[in-house]
Design a protein around this ligand. Structure first.
Ligand code: SF4
Length: 413
C-alpha cells in the first residue's frame, strides 16, 4: 500500500520550463534506442531492479523475438536489450507498456532507483526499502518537473545494512533503527522520519534541479563550488520535517549478498558477466518476482535451497566458489565500436583459468579507457590497449599473460 501523496509537492518555480538547461542528454532508454555496432540497444529502468513473473516473461520474449536473445543486468540493476532491429521500437514499447514496465513515457529514463535488493527477505535492515522505491517511483512519475532530471541522476535507498549506500547516488537514503532515515545529498545530511523518506528524496531532487539551473549539471557532483542544493528549503516546501546532521557519518561501503540462500524463501545468484539468456530469466522468475542487483546478480523470491541445482543447471552462478564470482566486463567487441578487444571472451578465458575466488578483489575488463559500468570501491582494473594488449592496474600485460597478471592484481590492489 503506498503512503499518501505529498500535500504540497515541490514544483518548478516556472511551470512548463525545464529546470535544467538541455545539453542533449542522450542516455539510452526503452523508447530512445541507442545505435550500437550490434544493433539498437534499449535500456529499461527497473526501480529497485524489480520484475514480476509476467514482466520477466515479456522481457525474455522481447529479447528472443526482437533482440539477440539476452537480457543484460546493468550496474544500476536495470535491464538492457541488445541487437534490436531498426524498426522494432514501436513493437518493443507496446510490449513493455502492456506489461506495466513503462508507467510514464515521459519519465521512463529518470526512474533510476537502486534499493537494497534483499530488503524484506532476510530479516536484516531497518525498513523495507523496496516499498520506499515503489512510492518514490510513483512520486517521480506523478510530477512533470521530474522529467528535467537527467537519465543518469540516481536515487539510492539503503535499508540500513549498508550494501548500496556507497554506490554513488545523487540522493541517498539510509534507514535507521527506530523509524528514521538519513538523507544524504552531496556533503549534507538530514534526518527524516522513515514514513517521509520517499517524499524527502523527491524534495532533494527538486533542490538539485534548482541548484543546477544555471550550470546544467546532470549529477550532484557536477554542481559548481558554492552551488550546493538548498535542501532545507526544499524539504520545507514538501512539508517534510527534517533535522540537519552537522557531521554526517560516512557512507558505508557494503558488499553484495552472499550467493545462495537469502532468508527462508529467497536466493541470490549471479548472471555470468551480467548477461542472462531468455531461458535463464524465465527460470529465475519461475517462483516469483525477481530483483536485478547493481552487482549484476538476481535475487529470486519464492524459492529456497532446493531450487539452486536447477538454477545452476541453467548456467547461473550459485556458489561463492565459482570462478565467475567477481568477474565483470563491459560490452567490448563486437557490440561497441570503441572497444579495442573482445574483452568478454578474454574475461571468460581468464575466469576459466582461475584457481578460485575466495577473498579476491573483483576484476573488471574494459575495452577502452572509459570503463563503462565498472564496479564501485576497489577492484582490479583490466583495460584493453590493443587487440592483444592490456593494462592491468596500469601495468602493460600481453593478452596471453592475463590469467597470471589478473590473479596477482586481485590480491594486491
Ligand atoms: S568501456 Fe569502452 S569499449 Fe567498453 S563499452 Fe564502454 S566505450 Fe565501449
Amino acid at each position: 500500500m503506498l503512503a499518501a501523496m505529498p500535500p504540497t509537492p515541490p514544483t518548478s518555480p516556472e511551470p512548463g520550463e525545464p529546470l535544467v538547461r538541455d545539453r542533449g542528454d542522450a542516455c539510452p532508454g526503452a523508447l530512445r534506442l541507442h545505435p550500437a555496432d550490434d544493433g539498437r540497444l534499449a535500456r529499461l529502468r527497473l526501480p529497485a531492479g524489480v520484475l514480476t513473473e509476467r514482466q520477466a516473461e515479456v522481457l525474455a520474449d522481447a529479447a528472443l523475438r526482437l533482440g539477440d536473445g539476452q537480457v543484460s543486468v546493468t550496474s544500476r540493476g536495470n535491464a538492457e536489450l541488445r541487437g534490436l532491429g531498426e524498426g522494432c521500437g514501436a513493437e518493443l514499447a507496446e510490449l513493455l507498456a502492456g506489461a506495466g514496465l513503462l508507467p510514464s513515457a515521459a519519465h521512463e529514463r529518470i526512474r533510476n532507483i537502486v534499493a537494497s535488493p534483499a530488503a524484506g527477505l532476510d530479516g536484516l535492515g531497518h525498513a523495507d526499502v523496496q516499498l520506499w522505491a515503489r512510492e518514490l517511483d510513483a512520486l517521480l512519475c506523478a510530477q512533470e518537473w521530474t522529467t528535467s532530471l537527467s537519465g543518469r541522476f540516481l536515487f539510492v535507498l539503503d535499508d540500513g545494512r549498508g550494501d548500496v549506500a556507497g554506490l554513488g547516488g545523487d540522493v541517498t537514503l539510509i534507514a535507521e533503527p527506530g523509524g528514521g532515515a538519513l538523507l544524504y545529498v552531496g556533503g549534507a545530511a538530514y534526518r527524516v522520519a522513515a514514513a517521509d523518506a520517499p517524499r524527502a528524496a523527491l524534495a532533494a531532487a527538486d533542490a538539485f534541479l534548482r541548484a543546477a539551473r544555471d550550470s546544467g549539471a546532470w549529477r550532484v557532483r557536477e554542481l559548481p563550488d558554492g552551488g550546493a542544493p538548498d535542501l532545507a528549503a526544499a524539504l520545507a516546501r514538501a512539508d517534510v520535517a527534517a533535522e540537519p546532521v552537522p557531521v554526517p557519518p560516512p557512507l558505508p561501503q557494503g558488499a553484495p549478498p552472499a550467493l545462495g540462500e537469502l532468508g527462508e524463501r529467497g536466493l541470490y545468484v549471479l548472471a555470468p558477466l551480467g548477461r542472462l539468456t531468455s531461458a535463464q530469466l524465465r527460470a529465475l522468475a519461475a517462483t516469483g518476482p525477481v530483483r536485478f542487483t547493481p552487482w549484476r546478480g538476481v535475487v529470486v523470491t519464492g524459492a529456497g535451497a532446493e531450487r539452486l541445482p536447477t538454477l545452476a543447471a541453467y548456467g547461473l552462478i550459485t556458489s561463492p566458489d565459482s570462478p565467475w564470482v567477481g568477474v565483470g566486463a563491459c560490452t567490448g567487441r563486437p557490440g561497441c565500436a570503441k572497444s579495442l578487444a573482445d574483452v568478454r571472451a578474454d574475461a571468460l578465458r581468464t575466469a576459466r583459468a582461475s584457481a578460485g575466488t575466495a577473498g579476491l578483489l573483483p576484476v573488471y575488463f574494459s575495452g577502452c579507457e572509459r570503463r563503462c559500468g565498472h564496479p564501485q570501491g576497489t577492484w582490479a582494473d583490466v583495460v584493453a590497449t590493443g587487440e592483444d594488449d592490456y593494462l592491468v592496474n596500469g601495468v602493460p600485460v600481453p593478452r596471453t599473460s592475463l590469467p597470471e597478471a589478473v590473479a596477482t592484481a586481485r590480491t594486491t590492489r
